[in-house]
Design a protein. Sequence first.
Length: 202
Amino acid sequence: MRTSNLRPTTCALCERTLLMGERSTRFTPDGNGLVDVCPLCQETALEQGWIREGSPSVPTMRPERRRRRLSLAAIFEPRRPVPHRPAPQAPVVEAPHRRLSRTEAAVAEAAELFNASPCRRTVAGIAKSLGAPEASIVQLSGVNKEVVVTIAWEISWYQYRVSLDSIQPVRLAERGLEPDELDSSFTRWNAHIDAEGRLIPT
């Protein structure tokens, strides 16, 4: 029995060994030698300026545009000014302005304070392990302007108190393991957490 001495063909770009029956194309990267390139890398070889075997070694140049002959009249006559036409502008459509209610303004301010606190980074780190959580922002009734931010996963939940008029406005109030422990008023999910841990009202 005779053993074949054929060496496997390797692509010069992706270094992949070609399969049986897969044909390579030979290119020259620098004009000195030929290398094999697999069918998947042929466009890449052409983009890098490699020359396919059998192609002309000098790339074809685009024909230059014919220069317009200048007459004496064109040289000495003053150029006519080209009238300036202003670019058409799209009509500005102003969105109807709606004033936020007190509750909506408190929710927006609480989200802004939460996103500026270190709690955002904590939530982002947990989300990398547990996935995207549910979130809610609820304003408490009473004299003190406090907002409760609840962030819950299937196996864990965190609840933050946001005091709008405090020097340290965001603090961790409670945490637990089962979201069923939460009061139903805090599980009306009206916000979400993005990939950076930012709290965004919906």
